[in-house]
Design a binder for this molecule. Structure first.
Ligand code: CO
Length: 181
């Protein structure tokens, strides 16, 4: 089911999400809803809190087109993000990270805003899949950036908090103007 996306500055985006303890049908429904919701908005990732569920669960599905290096933000066909390509991460923990990389990020909770953000280039992350099986993933590309962006949501953070003071001020001003319109 497609769910409503929580939009900045909704206070729920500041919540620290709780660890998932049961890998049951409710969790699977949540993950399925997250996929449908993300797809409906042409997103590449979504954290559970973005549909109002403060649970440490996130999904990422990098479109096949993007993997081939096409322009970000183009209209995508459903075939570009097959469900079986979805990375579902429950209770993720960063085991190691290093390097630095600047990437232009966007967020379904702050639609239409794209800004350069600096994050670790390489991450190694431990997480559980939807069946409660422990997994480890390592990446130093777009996926590494996406994982860090989505993991921030689990701790109540959004990417614009990483902007410089002046850029943040500019963003807040423009965002407030847009909310009024
Ligand atoms: Co986001």
């Amino acid at each position: 089911m497609i769910r409503e996306i929580v939009v900045y500055p909704d206070k729920r985006l500041k919540l620290i999400s709780k660890e998932v303890s049961e890998f049951n049908a409710d969790l699977h429904t949540l993950l399925d809803d997250m996929y449908e919701t993300m797809r409906s908005k042409n997103g590449v990732g979504l954290a559970a809190i973005q549909i109002g569920e403060a649970q440490r669960a996130l999904i990422i599905n990098i479109p096949l087109d993007d993997q081939e290096g096409e322009e970000y933000g183009e209209e995508r066909s459903a075939n570009d993000q097959p469900k079986e390509n979805t990375l579902e991460m429950i209770n993720p923990v960063i085991l190691a990270k290093d390097g630095l990389e600047k990437f232009q990020e966007g967020c379904l909770s702050i639609p239409g805003v794209y800004e350069d953000v600096e994050r670790a280039k390489h991450v190694k992350v431990e997480y559980f899949d939807r069946h409660g099986k422990k997994q480890i993933i390592e990446d130093d590309g777009f996926l590494a950036i996406a994982i860090q962006h989505e993991m921030d949501h689990l701790d109540g953070k959004v990417f614009i908090e990483k902007l410089s003071f002046l850029k943040r001020k500019k963003f807040e001003k423009e965002w407030a103007k847009r909310q009024k319109a």
